[in-house]
Ligand binder design. Structure first.
Ligand SMILES: Cc1cc2nc3c(=O)[nH]c(=O)nc-3n(C[C@H](O)[C@H](O)[C@H](O)COP(=O)(O)OP(=O)(O)OC[C@H]3O[C@@H](n4cnc5c(N)ncnc54)[C@H](O)[C@@H]3O)c2cc1C
Length: 468
């Protein structure tokens, strides 16, 4: 139940504003909005589904007056606790703002609302022969607002970049209830501070995104995919390095380790050899001749590095089958033990072999199964810890292992988060990467925009808080 008389009062006002049908406060409903895709959990006081930026602005003004925490939420697929209401308050779901407002085929941009599902945008754009490249594996359910707020990456990061590279402008409601327009629809702009990029990756702490202008590019004419199987992870890692050195930039270059291969085969058999140490899934795209030539070069390099098998997809069905293995990696690993913790430590590309080796050593040291897969081409690994959070002794070892994984990534010149953000789960580690003055500078920005700390409190800056 709401904690105080004043929160009852403000929640009543919000209920009246958005309407009974777009407001929830039963215990069962609050429970449904108490978690995201991590193991974080906290029950909100209520949930609302605003229909316009003006409603959002009004809610935020009241939230300041009554000091009510407000937590923006897309689809709740976040992997750092970003939309979990760790200080209670109001969960604001953006799903009603789900229109694609404009697709401009002359100037290559689209304007859309934050509740648009990433796959819906991608399909709509593809129908017009264009491409919106960021493709998080969760794109069938994640929202564009969530993608912008987390600066989501995806499988095509190596060649095409990530969400931040495609955001031209935003409409944002600030925590104090002002509606701000950022960016332009031009290729270039040099007007004032780059507020657009300040809000990208701000994890729902600096403003509620209500409109997004994305950059589009022409869709590639042709794609070629290859599955390469290696006895040893070291050979696969060397192959990745050699492909880049050869000047080939695949659209996608993903890897699965031995543990993940076996989890996928148990879950959804696709004929991957269980004894393999690693597989690489590589796709080239572009004009037909270039994509074909590049995949030929990739096959050559795989063979030179003793690949046990190099299998090129002959048609779209085979191409789809190859990518099914990668897309099912997390679901397959999640079946192995009751609790799955997926991390996104990222290192410079050349350090991928060191990172893979280091994660394996950490798994052995703490006797914890850790599957590893991810975006080999851009150094973004997903060490996936398979555990049972109810087993306190084992979980204490898991916490130590995760801390060592973060420290290893930093030692190798990397980052504790390549794409999932800090949220509540990694808050206590952020300072290790950006230093005390880095945290202080970010905190000053937060305080300037959100003087009463009402927007998504308890994220990024929690001292000593947050689970893994
Ligand atoms: C199976 C699986 C695979 C995944 N694969 C990838 C991947 O390949 N790459 C990747 O980067 N991530 C991946 N993720 C993580 C997740 O899907 C992304 O972080 C995604 O961007 C979250 O979108 P969402 O709509 O679910 O947002 P939520 O989880 O609802 O929210 C995420 C954060 O965004 C904020 N937010 C949401 N909407 C708004 C808004 N309109 N304005 C301001 N703040 C807002 C929230 O407050 C929160 O801090 C994966 C997750 C799962 C479960």
């Amino acid at each position: 139940m709401p904690a105080s008389k004043s929160s009852v009062e403000v929640l009543e006002k919000i209920k009246k504003l958005v309407g009974q049908d777009d407001y929830l406060d039963s215990y069962e409903d609050r429970l449904c909005y108490s978690y995201d895709s991590t193991i974080e959990e906290a029950i909100p006081d209520a949930i609302c589904f605003p229909g316009t930026p003006e409603e959002i602005a009004q809610i935020l003004k009241w939230a300041n007056e009554y000091r009510l925490p407000v937590i923006p939420r897309g689809s709740g697929t976040g992997l750092s606790g970003g939309s979990v209401p760790v200080r209670g308050g109001l969960v604001m779901v953006l799903s009603r703002l789900n229109r694609i407002l404009e697709v401009n085929e002359e100037d290559f941009y689209a304007v859309l609302e934050p509740g648009v599902i990433t796959q819906t945008l991608s399909d709509e754009i593809a129908r017009r022969g264009l491409m919106y490249p960021p493709d998080p594996s969760s794109m069938k359910s994640s929202t564009m607002g969530g993608n912008v707020a987390e600066n989501a990456g995806g499988l095509r990061g190596l060649k095409y970049g990530v969400t931040k590279d495609y955001i031209m402008g935003l409409e944002v409601v600030t925590p104090t209830g002002d509606i701000v327009q950022t960016g332009t629809r031009t290729v270039k702009t040099a007007t004032g501070y780059n507020l657009t990029q300040l809000f990208v990756g701000s994890e729902g702490t600096l403003g509620v995104i209500t409109k997004i202008t994305v950059k589009l590019i022409p869709a590639p004419e042709h794609k070629e995919s290859v599955l390469a199987i290696f006895a040893d992870m070291g050979q696969a890692a060397q192959t990745v390095a050699d492909i880049i050195k050869a000047g080939v930039v695949p659209a996608t270059m993903e890897f699965l380790d031995h543990t993940t291969i076996n989890a996928v085969e148990d879950y959804m058999p696709t004929g991957l050899p269980r004894q393999a140490g690693a597989i690489l899934l590589i796709e080239t795209d572009g004009v037909r001749e270039a994509a074909v030539k590049e995949i030929g070069r990739v096959e050559e390099i795989c063979r030179k590095n003793q690949a046990m098998k190099v299998q090129k997809a002959k048609d779209e069905a085979e191409r789809e089958a190859i990518w099914t293995a990668r897309r099912s990696a997390l679901s397959a690993l999640a079946r192995v033990r009751p609790t799955t913790i997926l991390e996104d430590a990222t290192v410079p590309r050349s350090r991928v072999p060191d990172m893979v080796r280091g994660v394996r050593e950490i798994a052995e040291k703490y006797s914890i199964p850790i599957g590893n897969f991810g975006h080999a081409g851009d150094g973004n690994l997903h060490p996936t810890i398979l555990t049972d959070e109810r087993d306190r002794e084992e979980f204490a070892r898991v916490e130590k292992a995760i801390e060592e994984i973060f420290d290893l990534a930093l030692r190798l010149g990397g980052t504790i988060s390549g794409e999932h953000g800090i949220g509540s789960t990694k808050a206590r580690f952020m300072e290790r990467e950006v230093g005390p003055s880095g945290v202080a500078a970010m905190k000053r920005i937060k305080d300037a925009l959100d003087p009463n700390g009402i927007l998504n409190p308890g994220k990024m800056f929690v001292e000593g808080g947050g689970h893994l």
